[in-house]
Design a binder for this molecule. Structure first.
Ligand code: FE
Ligand code: FE
Ligand code: ZN
Length: 277
């Protein structure tokens, strides 16, 4: 069975979020551990976290994903900005550990003129500082669209970050279908080609999660604009091939598509489940 869910908010508590996911037909989901713009996080309610974990286990959920605030820049040139990213990620990782969350996903950052090599080096160094052996949570590097000066827009760059991390078992990759397409991997006409490149450069064994999004912009345009499933340039047939591909079909998939109402995610989850062969 396809493991799929969507992005949810923990504003009504963690257990309630898991129940909401169930109600949508999801068996995985993603959430921000704090305000997505960074800054303050409510203190973790350990009883609620334990209740969520028990609920997920009892309802046979696939692993869920905690997403770092998307405004962080782990490789920023300004020390205060990079230090803020480190502070937030370290605190998030502690919260993930307390929740016993299996995966924590982050955007590797934008070098903003420092150059790709410097960006990679700074993000890698940050990971080495926060992965100090005190967590069982695996940090996932998200594949990026290569918009602006984003790092992680090629598999080589993702590999370079992974290679620099001492705690090899505590880092992996989250593949975002909109991002890889925007980055120039033509998953519409050559999904196998993208997966072969991923395997050769990174290794499919490092791939832990998929963000399932259609794309408003074309392959190689480096524009990170998600579209609803079937409403972008990846299209229904493209998505059908992705969710049925033997290299991907057993991974957890999370929708990050633009919808207002939760019912639209329920519809999209159903639509995607119906595509599986
Ligand atoms: Fe993301
Ligand atoms: Fe994503
Ligand atoms: Zn995106």
């Amino acid at each position: 069975m396809l493991h799929i869910g969507c992005h949810l908010s923990p504003s009504d508590g963690l257990l309630n979020m898991a129940k909401t996911a169930s109600g949508l037909g999801a068996d995985t989901f993603q959430f921000f551990s704090r305000n997505p713009r960074g800054s303050k996080a409510k203190a973790l309610d350990q009883a609620d976290a334990d209740a969520m974990r028990a609920y997920l286990a009892a309802h046979a959920f696939a692993p869920v994903l905690v997403h770092a605030p998307y405004t962080l820049n782990p490789c920023a040139e300004r020390p205060e900005t990079a230090q803020f990213a480190e502070l937030v990620m370290r605190d998030d990782l502690n919260r993930c550990t307390a929740m016993r969350a299996p995966f924590y996903n982050f955007h590797p950052g934008s070098h903003v003129g420092q150059g790709i090599a410097v960006g990679i080096e700074k993000t890698t160094a940050l990971l080495n500082r926060i992965l100090d052996g005190s967590t069982d949570t695996t940090v996932l590097i998200e594949t990026m669209a290569g918009q602006g000066s984003e790092i992680g827009g090629t598999f080589e760059q993702v590999r370079a970050i992974l290679d620099g991390v001492a705690m090899r078992d505590r880092v992996g990759v989250c593949l975002d279908t909109c991002h890889v397409f925007a980055a120039g991997y033509d998953i519409v006409n050559d999904l196998d080609g993208m997966l072969t490149a991923f395997d050769k450069t990174i290794g499919l064994d490092r791939l832990q999660f998929v963000h399932l999004n259609d794309s408003r912009f074309g392959c190689g345009e480096h524009k990170d604009r998600h579209a609803a499933i079937g409403e972008g340039l990846i299209g229904l047939d493209g998505v059908r091939r992705i969710v049925n591909h033997p290299a991907l079909c057993n991974l957890p998939f999370c929708l990050e598509t633009p919808h207002e109402a939760l019912s639209e995610y329920a519809d999209e989850i159903r639509l995607t489940r119906e595509m599986t062969e």
